[in-house]
Design a binder for this molecule. Structure first.
Ligand code: UT7
Length: 335
């Protein structure tokens, strides 16, 4: 049986920094509220004309990951692209990456699992490698939120949280026993689908219907979040799925060297940190700089942690995510 390991990581965020004070100029919000409730100080937003899109950011992150993995585009057997904000309604972002990176006619698979997108995508890559079907899988999480947010006061509870960016990982076949991706653990609970959702445009809400049926104050093509409900579920599911992953491998919280939680809210990460009695240097957070970048948040954070020398050979690295769906998951990795 093969094992799979992350052989290269890369990330990219747009240059345009949007501070909390910048937002307070266009909606009724303020730096103190945003920092206290979320930990966010600033985020990156694509600027019209700066050449960035969900796919192009994904390509930029992917090129760095390939170089660090020391593989060429010819070595990649499959692209898995996780996003909730593809450039087009269809097709998804994977085929755009395939075209932009000139990757022959290799398959491109899109994953629609929002904040859990990267963990789900990693799990798919892991299975293809462990079965022996593929040797190198390029996994990308990328999001362009800024273009689709309600930047008026009406949307403030959601819009201040999300940011743009991309992260990528090359997942590679390995024969080193006991190392690499040990296991992944995935869950969903569709009963809460509407608690964090964007309903239209979709086949439930075609654009002409939206325009005909909805007064301006009730537009279903902006994201909706029942913040407190999501928060309460997040803290429970994060802990459950981390424990599930540890137990599956006969490990405990004291074995964790680095926890990379999806960057949903600094208060959520701190709650989870306390539950597992981890120190500040055992949990990587960068929501302060980027906000919540959904499917991109874990690969951006993992890339930064690795770049800063916080993820080393032999470390136990735990990835954990929760978000819209609801979906959640964890990955237990021996680096
Ligand atoms: O990544 C996917 C998973 N996502 C999450 O896990 C997010 C989970 N939820 C959260 O992080 C938090 O619920 C939020 C950060 C979204 C909101 O924080 P909260 O402490 O739950 O605030 P709230 O929604 O209960 O709102 C409290 C007050 C309200 O005013 P009133 O009704 O008390 O007068 C809001 O209108 O804060 C007001 N408010 C704001 N004020 C200033 C909401 N958004 C803002 C804002 N600036 N941006």
């Amino acid at each position: 049986m093969y094992t799979s390991r992350i052989s290269g990581l890369g990330s990219y965020v747009p240059e345009n920094v949007v501070t909390n004070d910048d937002l307070s100029k266009i909606m009724d919000t303020n730096d103190a509220w945003i920092q206290e409730r979320t930990g966010i100080k600033e985020r990156r937003h694509i600027k019209k004309g700066d050449g960035n899109s969900t796919s192009t950011m994904g390509v930029k992150a992917a090129k760095i990951a390939l170089e660090r993995a020391n593989v060429s585009t010819d070595d990649i057997d499959l692209i898995i692209f996780a996003t909730l904000s593809p450039d087009m309604y269809f097709p998804g972002g994977g085929v755009r990456v395939q075209e932009m990176m000139n990757m022959r006619t290799i398959p491109a698979l899109d994953v629609r699992n929002q904040c859990s997108g990267f963990v789900y995508a990693l799990s798919v890559a892991d299975q293809y490698i462990k079965t022996g079907m593929y040797k190198n899988v390029l996994v990308i999480g990328s999001e362009n939120h800024s273009g689709g947010l309600d930047m008026s006061t009406r949307g403030r509870a959601v819009s201040v949280i999300f940011g743009d960016g991309a992260g990528a990982a090359v997942v590679t076949r390995s024969e080193e026993d006991g190392k690499g991706i040990l296991s992944t653990h995935l869950h969903s609970e569709g009963a809460h689908a509407k608690e964090l959702s964007l309903e239209g445009p979709s086949t439930d809400h075609w654009v002409p219907e939206i325009i005909a049926e909805n007064p301006q104050e009730n537009i279903p093509y902006y994201p909706y979040m029942n913040g407190q409900f999501v928060f309460k579920n997040a803290v429970v599911r994060f802990s459950e799925v981390i424990n599930e992953g540890l137990q599956a491998n006969g490990l405990s919280a004291t074995d964790i060297n680095m926890l990379i939680p999806h960057q949903a809210n600094l208060r959520i990460s701190q709650f989870v940190q306390k539950q597992f009695r981890l120190s500040d240097d055992q949990v990587y957070n960068n929501i302060q700089k980027y906000g919540n970048t959904t499917a991109a948040s874990i690969p951006i954070a993992l890339t930064e942690a690795w770049e800063q020398g916080k993820v080393n050979d032999g470390d136990l690295v735990v990835l954990a995510a929760f978000g819209s769906g609801f979906t959640w998951g964890s990955a237990i990795i021996k680096w």
